[in-house]
Design a protein around this ligand. Structure first.
Ligand code: PLP
Length: 451
C-alpha cells in the first residue's frame, strides 16, 4: 500500500524563495509607465509599494532569503501536506499516480496567505498603517485580512460585486480578522463612481476592483496597495509550494511527468510549477500545464501584448497574455479566475513553450470536483476544480494509452465557502458560457498602443 500523505517538519520549510528570472529562456519586457509608455522605474511604484517588494519585483538573484518573522508565521500551517490521491486513481481506473499539494489547510483556506503574510510584513516594517486590495473569490481578501490582523494593520478590501453577493461568508470572515470589505464598483472612489454611472448593474471585475484599491492607496498617505497575484514578487512568495513539493515527491520516491495548477493571475500555478523549471530546462520530459476557465481564456485565446493591469488604466503596462483590460468575464463561480491578464512571467514561459495552457468549461470542472470529493473526501474551491478537470483528463488519457504517468497538481483552496456554487450545480442552474468572441475582439481593440 502506498502512503496517503508525505509530510515535512516545521524545520523543513524552505528558507529562500526561488526566482525563475535567471532561468528564463528569453528576457522579460519591462513594465511601462501608464502615462509616458516609457519603461517604468522603481520610483514609479513607490507611491503604492514598499521598497523591499519593489526590489524583489526587479531582482535577477536566483534565491531570495525569507525573513525570519515571515517564516515564523508561515510555520503556523507550513509545510503543507503532499497527498497521494490513491482513491481518485481507483475511481478513475487509471494507471497514473496522482499527487496533490494541499494549500487549503492555511487559516484562510488557500495558497494566498503565503504572499499576504510576506507583503504585510514588509509594509509594516516600512511604517505603513493600512493596506488596500481587490478580491475576486474572497480568498485573497481573507488572506490579506488575516495577514493585517497578525501584523496589526488596517485592511480595506474591494470585492468584485458578483462574488460579494455569491459569497457573503467570505466578507464575514474578513471582518472576523478586523478588515473592511465593500462590493466593487463602490461609490468610495472616483473609478468606482464612474463605472457605476456607466453601468449600475455591472457584475464588477478584478480589473475594476484593482482600479479602486490602487486609487484608495494613492490618495491616502499612510496606505499602500497589495496585489494577490500577477506581479513577480507575488509569484516569488508562492514558490515555497513547489520547493516543498519537490522534497515531498522525493519522500514518495516519485517524480512528476505533469504538473498542473489553475491560473487566475498565475501565482498559484507559478508557485507550484516554477521550482520545476530548472529540471525541465535540464532536459527532463516534464509538462507544466496552467488551467483557466473557458469563460476567461486569457492564455488560450488572448494575445501577448502590453496592457494595463486594471480597468481604468492606472497601473503600469505589463507585457502579458491578455483579453484586454476592458474585458468583463461572465459571472462564473470561479471568481478568482476572472482576470483579463496573466502574470508576465507565466505569459513569457507560455509563449516560449515552457508552460502549456488548457481551458475547461465550468460544468465539467464541477463534475471533476465531485468525483474528487467522493473519492478523496475534500471539497475544493471552484478555482481548484479547473486544475482537477485537467488532472482527470490526463489520468484518463494515461488509462487509454496504458501509460504509468505521474501527475502532481495544486489543490489551491478548499471550497467550504462555495456551497452556493455547488447548490446551483446540483439544482441545474449553472451553465457553460460561450466564448464571447465578439466581446473579446471589442476589448482587444482598446489595448494601449505600446509595442
Ligand atoms: C482557491 C483559489 N485558487 C486559485 C486562484 C487563482 O490564483 P492566482 O491568481 O494565483 O492564479 C484563486 C484566486 O483567487 C483562488 O482563490
Amino acid at each position: 500500500m502506498p502512503d496517503y500523505r508525505y509530510l515535512l517538519s516545521e524545520r523543513e520549510i524552505p528558507k529562500v524563495w526561488y526566482n525563475v528570472v535567471p532561468d528564463l529562456p528569453a528576457p522579460m519586457s519591462p513594465p511601462l509607465h501608464p502615462g509616458t509608455l516609457q519603461p517604468a522605474g522603481p520610483q514609479d511604484l513607490e507611491a503604492i509599494f514598499p521598497h523591499a517588494l519593489i526590489e524583489q519585483e526587479v531582482t535577477a538573484a536566483q534565491n531570495i532569503p525569507i525573513p525570519e518573522p515571515v517564516l515564523d508565521v508561515l510555520r503556523m500551517w507550513r509545510p503543507t501536506p503532499l497527498h497521494r490521491a490513491v482513491r481518485l486513481e481507483k475511481a478513475l481506473g487509471t494507471p497514473a499516480k496522482i499527487f496533490f499539494k494541499n494549500e487549503g489547510v492555511s487559516p484562510a483556506g488557500s495558497h494566498k496567505p503565503n504572499t499576504a503574510i510576506t507583503q504585510a510584513y514588509y509594509n509594516q516594517a516600512a511604517g505603513v498603517k493600512r493596506l488596500t486590495t481587490e478580491t475576486g473569490a474572497g480568498q485573497w481578501g481573507s488572506a490579506l485580512a488575516l495577514a493585517c490582523s497578525i501584523f496589526g494593520m488596517e485592511c480595506m478590501v474591494y470585492m468584485v460585486k458578483c462574488s460579494f453577493y455569491q459569497k457573503p461568508h467570505r466578507r464575514t470572515m474578513m471582518e472576523c480578522w478586523g478588515a473592511k470589505c465593500v462590493p466593487s464598483p463602490s461609490d468610495l472612489t472616483q473609478a468606482g463612481r464612474k463605472i457605476l454611472a456607466e453601468d449600475p448593474e455591472t457584475p464588477g471585475s478584478l480589473g475594476i476592483a484593482i482600479s479602486e484599491a490602487v486609487e484608495d492607496a494613492a490618495t491616502h498617505h499612510d496606505t499602500n496597495y497589495s496585489l494577490g497575484s500577477v506581479l513577480n514578487h507575488v509569484l516569488l512568495h508562492q514558490t515555497v509550494i513547489g520547493q516543498e513539493a519537490i522534497a515531498q515527491m522525493k519522500l514518495a520516491g516519485a517524480s512528476p511527468d505533469i504538473v498542473i495548477g489553475c491560473c487566475g493571475g498565475g501565482s498559484n500555478f507559478a508557485g507550484l510549477a516554477f521550482p520545476f523549471v530548472p529540471e525541465k530546462a535540464a532536459g527532463k520530459n516534464l509538462r507544466l500545464i496552467g488551467v483557466e476557465p473557458a469563460a476567461c481564456p486569457t492564455m488560450t485565446k488572448g494575445v501577448y501584448a502590453y496592457d494595463f493591469g486594471d480597468k481604468s488604466g492606472m497601473t503600469p503596462l505589463l507585457k502579458m497574455d491578455t483579453l484586454g483590460h476592458d474585458f468583463i468575464p461572465p459571472g462564473i463561480h470561479a471568481g478568482g479566475l476572472r482576470y483579463h491578464g496573466m502574470a508576465p512571467l507565466v505569459s513569457l514561459l507560455h509563449r516560449q513553450g515552457v508552460v502549456e495552457a488548457a481551458s475547461y468549461p465550468q460544468l465539467q470542472c464541477f463534475e471533476s470536483a465531485l468525483t474528487f470529493a467522493r473519492a478523496e473526501g475534500l471539497i475544493v474551491a471552484p478555482e481548484t476544480s479547473h486544475a482537477l478537470c485537467c488532472v482527470v483528463d490526463e489520468a484518463l488519457k494515461a488509462k487509454e494509452e496504458g501509460k504509468e504517468k505521474t501527475i502532481l497538481f495544486g489543490l489551491s483552496g478548499h471550497g467550504h465557502f462555495d456551497m452556493a456554487a455547488y447548490e446551483k450545480y446540483f439544482a441545474g442552474e449553472l451553465f457553460d458560457y460561450e466564448y464571447p468572441e465578439a466581446k473579446i475582439r471589442e476589448a482587444l481593440a482598446h489595448l494601449p498602443k505600446a509595442s
